[in-house]
Each structure stands twice: as structure tokens, then as C-alpha cells.
Design a binder for this molecule. Sequence first.
Ligand SMILES: NC(=O)c1ccc[n+]([C@@H]2O[C@H](COP(=O)([O-])OP(=O)(O)OC[C@H]3O[C@@H](n4cnc5c(N)ncnc54)[C@H](O)[C@@H]3O)[C@@H](O)[C@H]2O)c1
Length: 269
Amino acid sequence: MTRLSNHEAFDLSGRTAVVTGAGRGLGRAIAQRLAEAGAHVTCADIDPATADDTAALITSAGGAAVGRTLDVTRAADVEAVVAEVVADHGHLDVMVNNAAIINDTTVLDTTEADLDRIMAVNFKGVFFGCQAAGRAMVTQRSGSIINLASGAIDIPTPGLICYSAAKVAVAQLTRTLATELGPDQVRVNAIAPGWIDTPMNERHVLAADGSVDPDKKRDYVAVRSRLSVMGIPGEPDDIAFAALYLASPAARFVTGIVMRPNGGSTMPI
Ligand SMILES: NC(=O)c1ccc[n+]([C@@H]2O[C@H](COP(=O)([O-])OP(=O)(O)OC[C@H]3O[C@@H](n4cnc5c(N)ncnc54)[C@H](O)[C@@H]3O)[C@@H](O)[C@H]2O)c1
């Protein structure tokens, strides 16, 4: 193997990436970091305005990006985004299946509609992303697929069954696909983040009018920070750097892992 400099090992120049759920939160941070490393990033989200906003943030910082609308529950949407990248650039190098939703129902309170919706977005959406990207990457015999799981795969949490069950399925999809695509030089890994302050988690700190209550938010962040053995909250870049590593040449021998950037919060202590 040619010895790479540190810069070369994390350089994504000439590479392409798709990030689903790139309109805000972790998806936005991941898209920005991949672009900063040189990748052309397709920022895909169900919300067209936020997808375009992320792409605009990247291009105004000197990077290359486009915003695209997709609903990951629709295989045809995901396939179209991947096909466009391959048609325009000749290759898809990085696929980040990040889009997800959450709900807070107990097993006994969950409706069939709740279950179907979260499985459709959080599991089938990732599955479709793996299929579309995997087919393109097998053809080119290279690529990195990164799926977002969650610390919820390790800790049973009351009221989080739909979300955590879908994420466990994502972890097993990741490992299974790594075994299936390894011979074709396609790597497949998951990231299981700890608690990060993103819009997804603001549902716990809303005022009566639906806006974020800053006092509630400060108290909630303090409580969640104590989940980490370090006593600090995670930030979107903590996850974006993990994605950058898994996307990069530095991780050429890394496949089938579930990386846990979570401040030690899921260690069995
Ligand atoms: N924030 C955390 O603490 C945390 C912890 C563990 C795992 N995660 C995972 O990280 C990922 C990102 O989380 P986040 O906190 O940034 O969430 P978020 O809710 O802030 O952002 C999710 C994005 O996904 C988009 N999206 C939702 N449904 C979609 C669909 N059907 N098709 C396309 N896009 C869709 C939303 O519009 C939004 O832009 C998710 O997979 C989440 O489960 C987050």
C-alpha cells in the first residue's frame, strides 16, 4: 500500500457523497465536513428548503454541493438521487443514510400507524439507501456506506421502542451488508451516536406556543450531558468527524463496525 500523508488519508477531493436528512442537525454537519474534505455533496432531505440551505452553506464556504428533495421511504426517490450522482460524476463514493424520525410511545401505547411510519423512515429508508448505493458501488468496486444507528441500540429506554427497534435493525443491516459487499471492495459501517443537541431533541423542551424554551433547554442539556462519563454534551461535529473518518481512505480496512461516539455513555459500568 502506498503510504498516505495525514492530509491524503482524510482527503475526499474528487469524491462524491450523498447525505440523507442533510437539511439540519447531524446530517447538515456531516454534509459540511465531507464537503470541507473535498467531496461534492448531494444534500438530500424531505424538506426542500433546508436541503437547499445546507447546500448553500457549503457552497458559500467554498465547497461543492447541491440540494435535492427526497423521501427516503420511497425507493424510487432514493434511486433517482443516486442515479443522478452517477450520471453527473460517473461514481458515487460515499452514501450516508442519516434521515430519521423519532416518537415517544411505549409498547402498549404504540399504534400500528406509529410503528409503520417509523420503520418506513428509519429502517426501510436506510435499506433503500443501502440498496441504491450498494448497486452503484458494486459496479465500480469501491465505496463507503455509512448508516446512522443510535445509542438506543444498547440501552432499553421506556417510550423509545419503535425508534430503538428500527436502529437495532439498522445495525444488523450494516453488518450483514458489510459481509455481502466486502468482496466487491465496498465498506459498510454504522455510527451509533450518543445524545447530541439537535432539532430532533428539542421536542422535550418546547414552550406552550411550540417554540424552544431556553431555560428548559439548558436544564435538559445539563441532564443529558450527565449520560456521558465525561459529563459533556455531544456536538454535531463529534458525529460528523466519525463520518469523515469512515468515508475517508484512512478507513480503508474498516467495515462492519458500529462506531459509538457517545462520551462513554453506553459502557456497561
Ligand atoms: N441527535 C441525537 O441525539 C441522535 C442520537 C443518536 C442517533 N441519532 C440519529 O442521527 C440521525 C440524525 O439525527 P438528528 O438529531 O440530526 O435529527 P433531526 O430530526 O434534527 O434531522 C433529521 C433530518 O431528516 C429529515 N427527514 C426526516 N424524514 C425524512 C424522510 N422521510 N426523507 C428524507 N429526509 C427526512 C428531516 O427533514 C431532518 O432534516 C438520525 O438517524 C438519528 O436517529 C441522533
